[in-house]
Ligand binder design. Structure first.
Ligand code: NAD
Length: 367
C-alpha cells in the first residue's frame, strides 16, 4: 500500500513508512501492541548520535494510525534538534500511545508500555507529555530505569514547567536585545497567549520586571484567576494577532504563525513556549525575517523542561538546571548573530548549529 503526499504542488505516491516526509532519517520506529491491556503505541527514535533518545510519551485520541505515526515522527525529530541546540548529550525520541488519556488509560496499560520502553535497553528514555503524568512515570519506573520526570519523592526532577518558563523568559530577553537594543522588558507591552503551566510562570517573571502584560486564554476561569493574581490585563480586542504590542508570546498551541495571521502581526518580537509555532518553517520563518520581526526559535527557548529532566540522567541539581536554562539567553543571542551574518532565518540558524553539533560528534566517533 502506498500513501499520497503533495510535494512541490504535485501529488506523488510514497511508501507508507520510510517514504513519509516526516520519517526524515529516523533510526528506528517501534510499534508496540498488547492485546490484553489494549495498548497500541509507537516509539520513534530519530537520532542517537549525541546520546540516548529522550522524549515524552503523548497519549492522544488520534483520528487514525497515520496521524499517530506522523505525530510521533515529527515530535521525535524535534527532540533531536532541541537537545542538540541546548548542548545536551541526548538524542531525539518520542512515543505516542493511541487512546483517550481520560478514559482508556489504566495502570496495566502504562506498565505494559514501560516494559516495551525497557526492551529498548536505554536507547529510548521516556518522560511526561500531553496525556501522561508524573504518576504514570512512577509506574513506568517500577519496570524500567529508562524514564525521567518521576516524582521528587522518588528522586525525580519534579514539574518542568517553571524551568521551561524561565528559559522562555531568557529567550525573550535576548530577542528584545536584538530588536530593541536592550534586554530590559520594563514598560514593554507583552501579549501572552495561553496562561497554563508555562504561561503563568512567564507572566510572573514579566510582571516582576515591570512589563505591561496582556493575556488571553480560552479558559475564562483561569484567565480571570491569573489576571487577578499578577495584575495582568485581559486582552479584549477582536484580533490578538494585530494587537498593538511589542512582544507576542505564544504559550498555547503550535502553528499560530501561519498564512492567515502572519501579515496581521504588529509585535516586533515573537518568543514563546508553544512547540512548532511556525506553520511552515521555511515559509513563515522567512516572512518574519523580511518583516524585521525578531523570532526566537521555539525549540531553543522552550528547552528548559528537557534541561530539567536531563538532570535526572546525569545527576546535577536544580541550581545547575537553572544555570543551564539561563544560558538560553546567550545561545539565543548567538543564533540571532549567526542568522544576521549569514542572512538566514533564526530557525535555519538554530537548525544548522544543532545539525553541526551532531555531524561533528558523528565524525569524532568514526575516527
Ligand atoms: P497547558 O496545557 O498547561 O497550558 C496551555 C494553555 O493554553 C491552557 O490554559 C489552555 O486553556 C490555553 N489555550 C489552548 N488553546 C488556546 C487558544 N486557542 N487561545 C488561547 N489559549 C489557549 O500547557 P503548558 O504546559 O503551559 O505548555 C504550553 C505550550 O508550551 C504547549 O504548546 C507545550 O507543548 C509547550 N511546551 C511546554 C513545556 C513544559 O515544560 N510544560 C515544555 C516545552 C514546550
Amino acid at each position: 500500500m502506498v500513501a499520497e503526499v503533495i510535494k512541490a504542488n504535485e501529488l506523488i505516491k510514497v511508501d507508507p513508512v520510510f517514504g513519509q516526509p516526516s520519517f526524515n532519517d529516523h533510526e528506528q520506529v517501534v510499534f508496540c501492541h498488547d492485546k490484553d491491556t489494549g495498548l497500541k503505541a509507537i516509539i520513534g527514535i530519530h537520532n542517537t548520535v549525541l546520546g540516548p533518545a529522550l522524549g515524552g510519551t503523548r497519549m492522544w485520541s488520534y483520528a487514525n494510525e497515520w496521524e499517530a505515526l506522523n505525530d510521533v515522527l515529527r515530535l521525535s525529530r524535534g527532540m533531536t534538534y532541541k537537545s542538540a541546540i541546548s548542548g545536551l548529550n541526548l538524542g531525539g525520541g518520542k512515543a505516542v500511545i493511541i487512546g483517550n488519556a481520560a478514559t482508556d488509560k489504566t495502570p496495566e496499560l502504562i506498565t505494559r508500555f514501560g516494559q516495551f520502553v525497557n526492551s529498548l535497553s536505554g536507547k529510548y528514555i521516556t518522560a511526561e507529555d500531553v496525556g501522561s503524568t508524573t504518576e504514570d512515570m512512577d509506574l513506568i519506573r517500577d519496570v524500567t530505569p529508562y524514564v525521567t520526570g518521576i516524582s521528587e519523592s522518588r528522586g525525580g526532577s519534579g514539574n518542568p514547567s517553571p524551568v521551561t518558563a524561565y528559559g522562555v523568559y531568557m529567550g525573550m530577553k535576548a530577542a528584545a536585545m536584538h530588536q530593541f537594543g536592550s534586554s530590559n522588558l520594563s514598560g514593554k507591552k507583552v501579549l501572552v497567549q495561553g496562561v497554563g503551566h508555562v504561561g503563568e510562570t512567564l507572566i510572573d517573571h514579566l510582571t516582576k520586571e515591570g512589563a505591561l502584560v496582556q493575556i488571553t486564554d480560552i479558559n475564562e476561569e483561569k484567565l480571570q484567576l491569573v489576571a487577578a493574581k499578577y495584575g495582568a490585563q485581559i486582552f479584549t480586542g477582536e484580533d490578538i494577532y494585530s494587537a498593538d504590542v511589542d512582544i507576542y508570546a505564544p504559550c498555547a498551541l503550535g502553528a499560530t504563525i501561519n498564512d492567515n495571521t502572519i501579515n496581521r502581526i504588529k509585535a516586533k518580537v515573537i518568543a514563546g513556549a508553544a512547540n512548532n509555532q511556525l506553520a511552515v518553517e521555511q515559509v513563515h520563518g522567512k516572512i518574519l525575517m523580511e518583516k524585521g520581526i525578531s523570532y526566537a526559535p521555539d525549540f531553543l527557548i522552550n528547552a528548559g523542561g528537557i534541561i530539567n529532566v536531563y538532570a535526572e540522567i546525569v545527576g546535577y541539581d536544580k541550581a545547575e538546571a537553572l544555570r543551564r536554562t539561563e544560558n538560553i539567553y546567550n545561545t539565543t543571542l548567538e543564533i540571532f548573530h549567526f542568522a544576521d551574518t549569514n542572512n538566514i532565518t533564526t530557525q535555519q540558524a538554530a537548525m544548522q548549529i544543532a545539525q553541526k553539533r551532531i555531524d561533528d560528534k558523528k565524525k569524532e566517533t568514526a575516527k
